[in-house]
Every structure is written in structure tokens, then in C-alpha cells.
Design a binder for this molecule. Structure first.
Ligand SMILES: [Zn+2]
Length: 93
């Protein structure tokens, strides 16, 4: 499978981290976490997540709330409040 291509630079992107978690929000709050890989353009620094797990690795229930509290301590500094997903390190797994 080809690597993702940066549209700005016309270059293939490189793996920055395998096995990150992407947290999706519903209207009422945190909902599901999917495993994914983080790719980065070495020229301009643009990053994307691809290669999502077929099913969420965690979703909203009582256990999810506890796991979320733990995972938030390792939240990526790349989080943007203007989008509905955040990247969370799963290195503890
Ligand atoms: Zn680029």
C-alpha cells in the first residue's frame, strides 16, 4: 500500500508513530477511540492519521470513562480544539 502523499509538497509522508489512538467526540462528549498510525511530511511538517482499526479499540461505557482519564495524561501536544478528534498515546498498552 502506498504511503500518504503531502499535497502541498508532492512528497511521500513518513511514519512518525505506529499505534496511536484517535478519540472521536459525539455531541455529548468523548465517544470512541480507534487505533491508527501517524504520518508526517518531513518537508512541511503536515501530519495525518491513517490505517484505522476495523473497530474502535474502546467506546463509551463505564470502563471507557476510567480509561479516558488515564489516557488524557498522555495526550499529544498536537491537539486542536477546532477539530473533533485528538491523538492519544497508547504506549502504555
Ligand atoms: Zn509537505
Amino acid at each position: 500500500m502506498p504511503r500518504p502523499v503531502c499535497v502541498n509538497c508532492q512528497r511521500e509522508m513518513n511514519v512518525r508513530r505506529n499505534g496511536i489512538g484517535v478519540l472521536f467526540y459525539a455531541d455529548w462528549g468523548p465517544y470512541q477511540i480507534y487505533a491508527a498510525d501517524l504520518y508526517r511530511c518531513n518537508n512541511c511538517g503536515h501530519e495525518v492519521t491513517i490505517g484505522y482499526s476495523y473497530k474502535p479499540i474502546s467506546h463509551f461505557d463505564q470502563r471507557f470513562e476510567k480509561e479516558l482519564v488515564r489516557l488524557k495524561k498522555t495526550r499529544s501536544p498536537h491537539r486542536s480544539p477546532s477539530i473533533s478528534t485528538v491523538q492519544i498515546s497508547l504506549s502504555h498498552r
